[in-house]
Design a binder for this molecule. Structure first.
Ligand code: SF4
Ligand code: SF4
Length: 379
């Protein structure tokens, strides 16, 4: 296994971390954890809401059962949110850890997490789901979230304090400059690199950085013959291989939402291979982008063509077509089929070929022809 340069609770942070939000069962949780641990993959990212069925059946309880008798092998992270899961503070919901705004409420959450996890201290405690600057500000109110967490750290209940959310680069820099953040977890993958500079700023300030969604929600987990072929000179064997080693080569730990021992084996094997230098990883990232842009009739996603007279999500549909044409990714076709079943804005057959969008597209794309192609090749 490769490791980042960061240490949490006395353990080196591996290039792979364990995301605990997608497990189908208690048994699967134990399988994933016990497959990863022998490789040194021991960081467990939990929340009170993940896999929640009842107060006794949820991610925290499943992790507690899996690590019983071997707790010291793991870096256990828990969290709760000032917000309600979106951009605002919602209704107080301690069972699932949302809208926790006072120091007393946070203390209750820490006690609940320790009880469910069966531990007497938490290695990391995180301000969760900070999707808007106002939520970060709210955590700093007198008698609020941060005050409660700092008091718990003084009591020895918490070792490190972190933050997670879908913030942009400027906001991530504000987190870093706050001075109390020791770990940051934000979305990042080879298809979504806009936060990289801010993440680098965090690492330069000795903050451990963890990437949520390293496989773009499983999108990059699909096989791609063309991708492996076009990057064979750098030893890339699959889209997942490229995506995971890209993240790790930049010094970031990839938070894998593994659901079975098989997936845990795949990810640990992938991230035990040699990494690239950061410069090589960036070069591979640039090549990945260039390859997508070389798709015939590449759509840039600029959205100048909107609104469609039939309310189709033209950039959304053509984005998936870009990946289908370039990398022959089954996940692109699957995502198109899933979306078109649920959302009529993704039903390409609703295009009437009125031509309105084509007159607005700066790249002169024959959109109606491409919609017909999507129906032929992607359904
Ligand atoms: S040509 Fe099709 S996609 Fe374009 S505006 Fe008309 S209906 Fe919408
Ligand atoms: S205007 Fe053209 S390039 Fe831009 S999103 Fe629409 S189809 Fe794609």
């Amino acid at each position: 296994m490769n490791f980042t340069r960061f240490t949490l609770a006395g353990q080196s942070l591996a290039s792979l971390s364990i995301g605990c939000m997608r497990w189908p069962s208690r048994e699967a949780a134990a399988e994933v954890i016990n497959t990863c641990a022998p490789h040194g993959v021991t960081y467990l990212d939990t929340s009170p809401a993940y896999c929640f069925q009842t107060p006794e059946e949820n991610t925290e309880c499943w992790v507690g059962a899996a690590i019983a008798g071997q707790r010291e092998r793991f870096v256990v992270s828990a969290k709760c949110a000032v917000g309600g899961g979106g951009n605002e503070i919602g209704e107080y919901n301690p069972e699932r850890g949302f809208s926790i705004t006072t120091a007393d409420q946070v203390r209750g959450m820490i006690d609940q997490s320790m009880r469910r996890l069966g531990v007497d201290h938490l290695d990391c405690y995180q301000l969760w789901a900070v999707h808007a600057p106002a939520l970060f500000d709210a955590a700093h109110r007198p008698g609020g979230w941060l005050e409660g967490v700092l008091a718990a750290r003084d009591e020895g209940l918490i070792t490190h304090i972190g933050i997670t959310g879908h913030a942009d680069g400027d906001e991530i820099r504000r987190w870093v400059d706050s001075g109390w953040v020791e770990i940051i977890t934000v979305p990042f993958n080879i298809m979504n690199t806009g936060r990289l500079e801010a993440m680098q700023y965090a690492m330069d300030n000795d903050i451990a950085v963890i990437a949520m969604n390293p496989l773009a929600g499983g999108f990059l987990g699909a096989a791609s013959g063309p991708l492996a072929e076009k990057m064979a000179d750098m030893g890339v064997s699959s889209a997942a291989d490229l995506a995971l080693r890209y993240v790790a080569s930049l010094g970031i730990s990839a938070l894998g939402g593994m659901t079975s021992a098989f997936e845990a084996e795949m990810n640990t094997t992938t991230l035990s291979q040699p990494l690239w230098s950061p410069e090589e990883a960036l070069e591979l990232g640039a090549r990945f982008t260039q390859l997508i842009e070389s798709a015939p009739h590449f759509c840039t996603g600029c959205a100048y063509c909107l609104p469609c007279t039939e309310d189709l999500d033209i950039p959304g549909i053509l984005r998936l077509r870009n990946y289908h044409k370039t990398f022959d990714l089954e996940s692109a076709r699957r995502e198109y089929r899933d979306k078109s079943r649920r959302d009529e804005r993704f039903q390409a057959d609703r295009c009437t070929a009125c031509g309105t969008c084509e007159g607005l597209c700066p790249n002169s794309l024959p959109v109606s022809t491409l919609m017909a192609e999507v129906m032929r090749e992607m359904v």
